[in-house]
Design a protein around this ligand. Sequence first.
Ligand SMILES: Cc1cc2nc3c(=O)[nH]c(=O)nc-3n(C[C@H](O)[C@H](O)[C@H](O)COP(=O)(O)OP(=O)(O)OC[C@H]3O[C@@H](n4cnc5c(N)ncnc54)[C@H](O)[C@@H]3O)c2cc1C
Length: 392
Amino acid sequence: MHAHTVIIIGAGPTGLMLANLLGDAHVPCLLVERRTGLPAQSRAIGVSPPSLDLFASLDLAEPLIERGVPVRDAVVSNGRSEIGSLSFRDLPEPYRFILSVPQRDTMEILQDRLQTLTDIEYLRGTEFVDWAARGDGLEVILRDLGQQKEYRIEGARLVGCDGSHSSVRDSCRLESRYKRYGVSFFMADFKNGPDLGHRAVLFFTADGAVESFPLPDQTRRWIAQTDAGPDEVTRDDLVEQVRRRTGSDLSAADGSEVSWWQPERRLVRQWHSGPVLLCGDAAHVMSPIGGQGMNTGLADAEFAAHLVRRYLAGEDWEALCEGYERRRRRAFTAAANRAALGMWLGTRRGRTARPRDLFLKYVLLGRLGANRLPHHFAMWTIPHSRLAGERA
Ligand SMILES: Cc1cc2nc3c(=O)[nH]c(=O)nc-3n(C[C@H](O)[C@H](O)[C@H](O)COP(=O)(O)OP(=O)(O)OC[C@H]3O[C@@H](n4cnc5c(N)ncnc54)[C@H](O)[C@@H]3O)c2cc1C
């Protein structure tokens, strides 16, 4: 009998969700996280309705919604006039919106709930180093970062939720297919800037894309396409690009630190190896444009929790892992392809901007597309986007 049935590495959104779901099922787990506090920088902001459904199963949907802004409408503009719009108001009940909430809040809510779960032990300031098979289970080497001391613990199964640079993935020598997209962006959150209401506004202009999303506390996230490198971008550049492309003046607004990123796509060739399973960004990364990466990781966690419960009920681990991998690979591919297509369309510049605008206006945002697109953005059309009826 192992002290911890499941050892989870990484307390990002994916690992925290998995620990909550397994804790509810009384599966003894150890959750290991390198950080000692919550991350300062907020990456994901869009929480989709299937994820809200998952939070509701933990009684966390309401507290999360209270911390965020429900986005019910999105507008696409060419910087001078509106090309079209989308409404999420006809999505299935009860979540007729996409929630915009800082990733830090999403993580805090999940983290706080762990205190109520007696089967979960949460170790912070501790790093995963390596693992080795022991009988049907494994031995994991951890490093206490405060004391710089390594020690070993035993478990039955290990789940790597340790993000895109996953050490768990590397320790299993699981290779990934990887590519960097040829565009880059910089962004910051601005408080008390121009009032665009609770709408998401996508400016697809001939000079490049700017996207703007509402956040709580009179704040909006502004993201702009850029040709500059990571060390060249400043807050003033962002303010200037936004002004030139959209006419919005952010100069008097309080801005957070500017961050630069180049979207990438990564998919691990195999999602499991012996007693080890991967979830979230450890298995896959997609372009953040489209806001589906964290949501895909949360759905992985839901499937992984279900898998662990079935394994503990006596089903074959290997067969369960293969089913998980098949289903989650399809979900990732659908979400990543949509994110890539949306980013490609939005970043057309110069002479290619005009045909893009016409395509958006008459096809994607035309009568036919405008009925379907909200369901795509809400992730209701991702294959196996939820485990309906299989949660108990
Ligand atoms: C700019 C930007 C905007 C985004 N916007 C959205 C959005 O709107 N919606 C959306 O769905 N997604 C979005 N994403 C993607 C989203 O942020 C990620 O998909 C999500 O954070 C992945 O969660 P995770 O828990 O799998 O990994 P992570 O969040 O990376 O968490 C991994 C955790 O593991 C810990 N860790 C790593 N190595 C070790 C180790 N060896 N030992 C112990 N701990 C370790 C790390 O400290 C970290 O806490 C965005 C991403 C970016 C960059």
